[in-house]
Design a binder for this molecule. Structure first.
Ligand SMILES: Cc1cc2nc3c(=O)[nH]c(=O)nc-3n(C[C@H](O)[C@H](O)[C@H](O)COP(=O)(O)O)c2cc1C
Length: 330
């Protein structure tokens, strides 16, 4: 199928149409599923959402994997992140995702996990520019969707970042996101944004900075010449960091927090079977509870409940810790 014959998506926005700065939720395996993406959207409707990374080949093979990427219309703009090394599998998966109405395809070239890298996926692609460019070219040629790449500064330093990113944009990448750490650093040390600012000067496409952004205001402070920023870990258990008004010393009320937690849990119950929803919500709950002034015993107890009604009741109790819910519960 050629791009000309496509009828869907009707109007996937192009990057030029996105208001600046482009504020993104980072793709996070095990976290950025549909319920969490909607939680983030509730805090800030302008946030651009990315799925968890997903194997292109796994997507083609498995109905379960397809189901995992399902999204609600109000999650758009929604980008699906794929990983793998077979350009044909990427292309086929991208075509299918285009029919489902996703906004774009993001290609993972930054995951440092050993088994991913060993199969020439993720960060492994930083070592083979030609293979990385081939994947981008095949995806860009297979569908009308915008193709972006999320990668790191480099393998052991940032000296190859500009030529690597230039090869990707020549192959058809219309945006790159850079996590300001190398493969060797994994998640250690501090993210270095200086090479990202320099990259922006050398690239014809939008560049998003990522790494250690604590909140929306911190993203703005780091923005420099970039087109946007992406927040990951800081949002786990604290999606309010996407509110431009959020400050550590002035968090939302307990009631507002509890209301959003309740919505999150409700969406998880609607999204998957009970036997999965409860344990999978627990890791979010553990993050949320860090902010609440409760004894460790009470928190531990809450994290062992299995009956959804009990969990809702306890969250309702949290809402009573202070006055009425405020706007962030919205
Ligand atoms: C639990 C977890 C899962 C992650 N999964 C992905 C992923 O699926 N795809 C990806 O590109 N990066 C993934 N990352 C990396 C983040 O997207 C991001 O680049 C990194 O955490 C740095 O940003 P931060 O400091 O804002 O968290 C993951 C990070 C964490 C902590």
């Amino acid at each position: 199928m050629t791009a000309e014959t496509k009828s869907y998506p009707p109007a996937a926005p192009r990057w030029a149409e996105f208001p600046r700065p482009i504020v993104c939720l980072a793709p996070m395996d095990g976290y950025t599923d549909s319920p969490f993406r909607r939680v983030v959207r509730r805090v800030n409707p302008g946030v651009v959402l990315f799925s968890e990374f997903t194997s292109a080949e796994g997507f083609l093979r498995s109905g379960k994997v397809k189901q995992r990427l399902a999204f609600q219309a109000d999650e758009q703009p929604y980008f699906v992140q794929l990983f793998g090394s077979d350009p044909a599998a990427f292309a086929e998966a991208a075509r299918e995702l285009e029919q489902q109405g996703v906004t774009g395809i993001d290609i993972n070239m930054g995951c440092p996990a050993k088994k991913i890298v060993a199969s020439q996926h993720g960060s492994g692609l930083m070592k083979d520019v030609a293979a990385a460019a081939r994947i981008v070219e095949r995806v860009a040629g297979a569908c009308a969707l915008q193709v972006s790449v999320k990668t790191r500064l480099g393998w052991s330093d940032a000296s190859g970042l500009v030529p690597f990113a230039r090869a990707l944009t020549s192959a058809g990448a219309s945006l790159v996101t850079i996590h300001g750490r190398t493969y060797n650093q994994a998640f250690h040390g501090q993210a270095d944004w200086e090479p990202i600012y320099r990259l922006k000067e050398a690239l014809p496409v939008p560049v998003i900075g990522n790494g250690d952004v604590a909140c929306h205001a911190d993203g703005l402070a780091r923005l420099g010449n970039l087109d946007g920023f992406m927040i990951g870990r800081a949002a786990i258990g604290n999606p309010w960091v996407f509110d431009p008004a959020w400050r550590e010393e002035n968090p939302p009320s307990w009631a507002a927090k509890a209301r959003l937690m309740e919505a999150h849990f409700q969406w998880m119950l609607e999204d998957r079977p009970l036997r999965r929803a409860v344990p999978e919500f627990r890791k979010h709950l553990a993050g949320y509870l860090k902010g609440f002034p409760m004894a460790r015993r009470v928190k531990t107890e809450l994290l062992t409940l299995t009956d959804p009604d009990d969990i809702f009741r306890r969250m309702e109790g949290l809402a009573q810790l202070d006055g009425p819910a405020e706007r962030l519960a919205g």
